[in-house]
Design a protein around this ligand. Structure first.
Ligand SMILES: Nc1ncnc2c1ncn2[C@@H]1O[C@H](COP(=O)(O)OP(=O)(O)OP(=O)(O)O)[C@@H](O)[C@H]1O
Ligand SMILES: [Mg+2]
Length: 397
């Protein structure tokens, strides 16, 4: 039986105070009192540059979801172009179904509050993870990186650019599954409005992970996500992003002009190949990066194999993420076994049916071609020629 949503949410690690902007913005309400369509808000999970996120119960399906409520200072009803774009982006994101992408369930509006209902990820985002644990060891980092690359590949296959890949948007659930959140949503704040890099606290957030072409305000494609993911990997592996500065502008300028400090110097224990992969992702010019997430994924897989071979049978510590590829392989193998045994059962069933049909046909032919009963034949013949034959006491002797 499924956990009740309230039971479920009590295990979440993100907890913070709760207030929802009301229509007028004056009266904060307790989340438990508030329904948005069929979603009962339970508690606040966090707040970002453009939204507040709540844990909610979807009453029709009795499941937990995360409701992202757009802040009214970012998006309001008078901004119809932006609202249209928001809906289009949410629709595009809802079309993405992938195990490593936070699923968008629906987009809605009530009392001028615009919200998106998403898959609820019970766990932490990478930012929180890094703050708590510091950089993970190489196998864990690769485990995360491969899953994000798979998400990026699926998105770019569907023509969706994320635009805001950063540790806060990469979530890890308790099974060690990685889920990338907020596909396409950053378009609202980055292109719908003029980005102001000279101000702190702009709606776009910090430019710590921004690609040079984003800083320039040029048209971007999936390679921009590869850059931002490179910066995120740099942060993941070294414990801090490559560029820091007093202002958003100074960070942004470094993305355009400065080479990042060598990752291998910050973490000399890393395999040089891994540093080279991250370096390539962070190339200033998009054409010098990986052309797509698929080729990045290939390199990451290759590196994982090499590392496994080098370590031989040595146990690889996956302290914080429990299920790795081994579990996937086991699940895959058992699925294959199931399919095979299903095949065997079907085989036996088919053979039985064929045997039954043959047996039935043989019996029918036998019945039709059966030899006649001589006594009955004799009676029938004698009745035809002499009339009924009476049995005499001698007849049986
Ligand atoms: N689907 C989800 N399930 C569980 N928690 C979530 C989900 N989406 C977001 N959160 C949490 O809610 C908080 C706010 O998320 P939000 O996406 O609004 O901000 P952000 O990603 O930190 O910043 P930005 O607005 O710049 O993207 C984060 O702490 C995040 O971990
Ligand atoms: Mg987010």
């Amino acid at each position: 039986m499924a956990n009740s949503p309230r039971q479920d949410e009590s295990q979440n690690e993100n907890s913070s105070g709760a207030s929802i902007h009301s229509d007028s913005g004056s009266q904060p309400q307790e989340p438990g009192d508030r329904m948005l369509g069929e979603f009962r808000l339970l508690r606040k999970l966090g707040r970002g540059g453009m939204a507040e996120v709540y844990l909610a119960e979807q009453t029709s399906l009795r499941r937990n979801v995360a409701i992202k409520i757009l802040r009214q200072d970012v998006l309001d009803d008078t901004d119809s172009v932006l609202l249209k774009r928001f809906e289009q982006e949410a629709l595009a994101a809802a079309g993405l179904t992938h195990p490593n992408i936070v699923q968008v369930h629906s987009v809605g509006q009530q009392d001028k509050i615009h919200f998106i209902a998403q898959e609820y990820v019970r766990g932490v985002n990478l930012h929180e993870y890094l703050t708590k644990n510091g950089p993970p060891d190489v196998p864990v980092a690769l485990h995360i990186m491969k899953q994000v690359a798979a998400a990026l590949q699926a998105a770019s296959d569907a023509g969706v650019v994320h635009r805001d890949i950063k540790p806060d948007n990469i979530m890890v659930n308790r099974k060690g599954e990685v889920k990338v959140a907020d596909f396409g949503l950053a378009q609202l704040t980055q292109e719908g409005r003029k980005v102001n890099l000279t101000q702190e606290g702009t709606t776009m957030g910090t430019p710590l992970y921004m690609s040079p072409e984003q800083v320039h305000g040029r048209k971007i494609d999936h390679r921009s996500d590869i850059y931002s993911f490179g910066v995120t990997c740099y942060h993941l592996l070294s414990g801090e992003p490559p560029f820091r500065g007093e202002t958003a502008m100074s960070v942004a300028i470094q993305h355009v002009n400065e080479d990042p400090p060598l990752l291998s110097q910050r973490r000399p224990d890393l395999p040089p190949a891994l540093c080279a992969i991250v370096q390539k992702m962070m190339a200033k010019q998009p054409e010098k990066r990986y052309p797509d997430a698929e080729s990045l994924l290939k390199d990451l897989r290759k590196l994982s194999r090499v590392i496994k071979d080098e370590r031989g049978t040595q146990m690889i510590s996956m302290d914080h993420f429990v299920t790795g590829e081994k579990d996937d392989e086991k699940a895959h193998a058992s699925l294959i076994d199931r399919l095979k045994s299903l095949g065997r059962v079907q085989h036996v069933a088919l053979l039985s049916v064929v045997c039954l049909v043959i047996f039935g046909l043989t019996a029918a032919v036998g019945w039709l071609a059966r030899p006649g009963d001589p006594l009955k034949d004799a009676l029938r013949n004698s009745e035809a020629s002499n009339g009924p034959v009476r049995s005499s006491p001698e007849a049986g002797s």
